[in-house]
Design a protein around this ligand. Structure first.
Ligand code: 5GP
Length: 191
């Protein structure tokens, strides 16, 4: 099968606060062939998060069992918690002939890259600057000060990995950024 007819696996990575959640919602709303891959995590749910929708929230013991049974395409630890993409979450989508959207970090993106049979396109979304990222994290009022500090530290690590992506887009305007992503998608699947 040529890549043009294989489900497209679109990875969107970014430092948290760079607008990735908004962008992935816009992609799904504009094209119903894209379904988000729901990851497993051991972190605690946030107030507005729903199990099975935002993540599958499981404990460390269960997560480690899934690791042992080779159930993940990729997994890693971020901010002290496990995060992973199960093979079954992805396969459920691709078996329907649909495209998959991943909101995962650079470690996961790198691990997915090892599966050469996947029709993968990897995009890294950058905030315009570290100062702007800090402003957005404070404004969204979702994380405490300690967590914001951790996320800003992670930013410095994240941006070292942009060269491992197929495309890097600066999100200084969400609509412009969205158009650039749509262009990349249509070049790959012709929609
Ligand atoms: P949050 O805790 O803010 O939901 O996510 C923290 C980070 O974990 C984000 O950068 C997000 O992209 C990443 N992430 C979420 N799910 C996965 C996953 O399944 N695998 C990997 N590698 N990263 C993930």
């Amino acid at each position: 099968m040529s890549d043009r007819y294989k489900p497209l696996l679109l990875v969107l990575s970014s430092p948290s606060g760079a607008g990735k959640t908004t962008l992935s919602k816009k992609i799904q709303q504009s094209d119903n062939t894209f379904k988000i891959s729901v990851s497993h995590t051991t972190r605690q749910p946030r107030a507005n998060e729903v199990d099975g929708v935002d993540y599958y929230f499981i404990n460390t013991e269960k997560f480690e069992k899934l690791i042992s049974s080779n159930s993940f395409y990729e997994y890693c630890k971020i901010f002290g918690n496990y995060y992973g993409t199960s093979k079954s979450s992805v396969n459920q989508i691709t078996q329907k002939g649909l495209n998959v959207l991943f909101d995962i970090d650079w470690q996961g993106s790198k691990q997915l890259g090892k599966f050469k049979e996947l029709n993968l396109v990897r995009i890294f979304i950058l905030p315009p600057s570290k100062e702007e990222l800090e402003k957005r994290l404070i404004e969204r009022n979702q994380d405490d000060q300690e967590s914001i500090k951790k996320r800003l530290l992670a930013y410095s690590e994240d941006i070292k990995h942009t060269k491992e992506y197929d495309h890097v887009i600066v999100n200084d305007n969400v609509e412009d950024c969205f158009k650039k992503i749509k262009k990349i998608i249509s070049e790959r699947i012709g929609s």
